[in-house]
Design a protein around this ligand. Structure first.
Ligand code: ADP
Length: 289
């Protein structure tokens, strides 16, 4: 109720549409999900004089969304087992062929393994998304040296990215409390996006800076950029910018959603500034001790 009241007040004060979803429990105990939409009308002197709106029962839609989320969770779980077996057997076969001196086929197996790794990454992202949805993604609490983390990530990124020069500027000399692997996942993802969405550019710049309470990490690319109207939506689940580029850039719109959750769960925030055709800068801010 408090949230609903605040939303109405906010809408009346700021002249913005009222649009909220909430759960109701009837006196008999039955549960319904409601979406309420409203709008305030103002007199010439600026005073509000009417608030019109409708409420829609979205219980069925909510139940369907829940089933879909459950399905994504189960599907990614079920996919993990065969893919792990496939990877193990591919490595075994590769070693056996090498030992027997049949090296002609080893490059095929290498390519198979690369594709299996791509599949594994996608399945893990699907699993992460469904865990975040269910509030079940757990984070370790360990000291993480930000300079060391970024320099490790950049070193690996340089090895796997022959097309771009990746620069790393600045040092923070700070320790963040959190989950090293998850933070690595965030910056690896930001860098691989920077490379993916700037096929014509040659550099990706990473800059570390500090304030008295926070460390900021900027990942800057000189690629296709993101139109204004999409910038606040790209952190949503499965959101991708729909335009002619879409087919040229494969992806499922999960990376930034996961990155955003990880950074927020570390008490930080992630934002983007971008200009179409000029490039984008993603900035992650994390509190340190
Ligand atoms: P994916 O890249 O798999 O589609 P993400 O969640 O990482 O998913 O990104 C969501 C969307 O945001 C992308 O589809 C793309 O449209 C846009 N985007 C992300 N990073 C960049 C970037 N560096 N430059 C331009 N667009 C980007």
């Amino acid at each position: 109720r408090e949230r609903t009241r605040e939303a109405i007040n906010h809408s009346v004060e700021h002249h913005t549409p009222y649009d909220i979803e909430y759960r109701t429990v009837s006196p008999e105990g039955s549960i319904k999900w409601i979406r309420a939409i409203g709008q305030t009308f103002y007199a010439a002197d600026g005073n509000p004089y009417r608030f019109d709106g409708i409420t829609i029962d979205i219980s069925e839609q909510k139940a369907f969304e829940q089933r879909k989320d459950d399905f994504i969770g189960m599907a990614s779980h079920e996919l993990k087992t065969p893919i792990t077996t496939l990877k193990g057997l591919t490595q075994l076969l590769e070693r056996k062929l090498e030992r027997d001196g049949v090296t002609g086929y080893v490059s095929f197996l290498d390519r198979m393994e690369t594709q299996i790794n791509n599949l594994t990454r996608l399945i893990n992202e699907l699993l992460d998304v469904s865990k975040i949805q269910a509030g079940k993604l757990d984070y370790a609490q360990e000291p993480v040296d930000i300079d060391a983390l970024l320099s490790d990530i950049v070193e690996i990124a340089r090895q796997t990215t022959p097309t771009h020069t990746i620069t790393l500027q600045g040092t923070a000399h700070v320790t963040v409390t959190g989950d090293r692997d998850r933070l690595e996942q965030v910056f690896t993802n930001l860098i691989s996006n920077a490379v993916k969405y700037s096929p014509q550019a040659e550099t990706v710049d990473i800059v570390i800076a500090t304030t008295p309470s926070h460390v900021t990490i900027h990942v800057r690319d000189y690629g296709i950029g993101i139109p204004d109207e999409h910038q606040d939506k790209i952190f949503e689940r499965f959101y991708r910018v729909h335009d002619t580029h879409e087919r040229a850039f494969p992806g499922l719109g999960m990376g930034l959603y996961i990155a955003c959750d990880i950074i927020r769960r570390h008490g930080g925030d992630i934002t983007v500034t971008s200009e179409e055709g000029q490039g984008s800068t993603f900035t992650a801010t994390l509190p340190y001790q």
